[in-house]
Ligand binder design. Structure first.
Ligand code: MTE
Length: 275
C-alpha cells in the first residue's frame, strides 16, 4: 500500500521583515483548522477533515496562452529557481473575519517574468485542480468547477502578491491549498486561490468563479474596502479569529492595510463600481 506522509516537511527560508505585519500571528491550529476550501465542503472544519486525501505529488502546473515560454511543468521545476521568504500577512475574508498568517513563498512577479508574457497579456488567470474523486465538494454544484481566479497583470506583478508553498515554516497543509496557492493580501481572501494547476495569460478579463456565481456580490477586483458593503452585510469591521472576546470587532482598513503600497494600482478608478 502507498503510504503518504501527513506530517508537513520543514522548509528553508528567510524572513521578509519589510513585508511582514508586526501583529501577532494566529495559531497553527486556527490557520489550519478554520478554512474556506469549497472543494472539500462548505463548513469551516470540512477542509481540515477531508483534504488529507488530496495527492499533491506528483503535481503539474500548465502555463499557457499569451506568453513566449509556455509549457507543462512539474511542481519541482516551477519552484526550483525561487528562494523562499516568510511573510506575515493579514488575510481578510469577504465574510468579515480575519487572520494573520506566516506564509512561506516567493514573489509571483518573479515566476511571471520567467514565462515572458506577450504585449497582449493583460490578465493572469489561475485554476484549481478539478478532480471530484479527490475533492468531494466538487460533486455538488455550489460553484461552477473548477475554481478560477484572476488578477490584472500589473496587480500580479506587484511585489506583495506571492505564491505560497508553506506556512509556519512547513509545507502547506492540504486544507490551506497545497502544494501551491496564491496570496494577495490587499484583496478579499477568495482571490487567494488554492491548489493551482494552471496559470494562463489572457487578453480578456478572466471569468472568475465567485463573480460568475453571484455578480452582484463578488466583483473581479475584490479589493478590501470598508466603504463598499457586501449586499448582505457591512464590510466596515471584522472579527479576528481566535480573539478571546467572540463579539469584539476591529475596523477593516482600506486595501486591508496595504493601501500605501497598492492604492496607486487603482488611481482614477471608481472602486465602488469596480468592486
Ligand atoms: N481556493 C479554492 N480553490 N477554493 C476555495 O473555496 N476559498 C477562498 C480562498 N481560496 C477557496 C480558495 C477563500 S473564501 C478564502 S477566505 C481563502 O482561500 C482561505 O484561505 P485559508 O483557508 O488558507 O485561510
Amino acid at each position: 500500500m502507498l503510504t503518504v506522509s501527513l506530517v508537513p516537511r520543514p522548509l528553508a527560508f528567510q524572513r521578509n521583515a519589510r513585508y511582514s505585519t508586526p501583529e501577532k500571528a494566529n495559531s497553527w491550529a486556527e490557520v489550519t483548522g478554520y478554512n474556506n476550501f469549497y472543494e472539500f465542503g462548505t463548513g469551516k472544519e470540512d477542509p481540515a477533515q477531508h483534504a488529507g486525501r488530496l495527492r499533491t505529488r506528483p503535481w503539474t502546473v500548465v502555463v499557457d496562452d499569451e506568453c513566449a515560454a509556455p509549457g507543462r511543468f512539474a511542481l519541482e521545476d516551477i519552484l526550483k529557481p525561487h528562494p523562499l521568504e516568510e511573510r506575515i500577512y493579514r488575510l481578510r475574508c469577504v465574510e468579515a473575519w480575519s487572520m494573520v498568517i506566516p506564509w512561506i513563498g516567493f514573489a509571483l512577479a518573479d515566476l511571471i517574468r520567467r514565462f515572458e508574457p506577450t504585449s497582449r497579456a493583460k490578465y493572469v488567470e489561475f485554476t484549481t485542480l478539478h478532480d471530484p474523486k479527490q475533492m468531494p465538494g466538487q460533486r455538488h454544484d455550489v460553484l461552477d468547477w473548477p475554481y478560477v481566479e484572476g488578477l490584472r497583470l500589473d496587480e500580479a506583478l506587484h511585489p506583495l502578491a506571492i505564491l505560497a508553498i508553506g506556512l509556519y515554516g512547513k509545507e502547506l497543509p492540504n486544507q490551506n491549498g497545497a502544494p501551491l496557492r496564491l496570496v494577495v493580501p490587499w484583496k478579499y481572501g477568495f482571490k487567494s486561490i488554492k491548489s493551482i494547476v494552471r496559470i494562463r495569460f489572457t487578453e480578456a478579463m478572466p471569468r472568475t468563479s465567485w463573480a460568475l456565481s453571484a455578480p452582484r456580490e463578488y466583483g473581479f477586483f475584490a479589493n478590501v474596502n470598508p466603504e463598499v458593503d457586501h449586499p448582505r452585510w457591512s464590510q466596515k469591521t471584522e472579527r479576528r479569529i481566535g480573539s478571546s472576546n467572540f463579539l469584539a470587532r476591529q475596523p477593516t482598513l482600506p486595501f486591508n492595510g496595504y493601501g500605501d503600497e497598492v492604492a496607486g494600482l487603482y488611481r482614477g478608478m471608481n472602486l465602488a463600481r469596480h468592486f
